[in-house]
Design a binder for this molecule. Sequence first.
Ligand code: SF4
Ligand code: SF4
Length: 73
Amino acid sequence: MFWKKKNLIADVIENKCDNCKRCVQICRHRALETAVVQQKTFTFVNYPERCTGCGKCVKICPNQAIELIERYC
Ligand code: SF4
Ligand code: SF4
């Protein structure tokens, strides 16, 4: 298990996200994924247990579509 920073976890704000995948590519823990669900594309934290709360995805997102929130799991 990776060391978790300040009990935080990334969270994608769906209506701001354009699915550019920058966050998916920068996350070295591979916590984020882009997937098509019912013909709609979503980017989300599919593996919350892998997120360390490092904030790299928050910094790289051009749309301010990711925030760090209190860990829910
Ligand atoms: S970097 Fe931002 S806009 Fe791009 S897929 Fe990730 S959350 Fe969405
Ligand atoms: S906060 Fe860090 S570990 Fe968590 S999804 Fe973003 S880049 Fe990955």
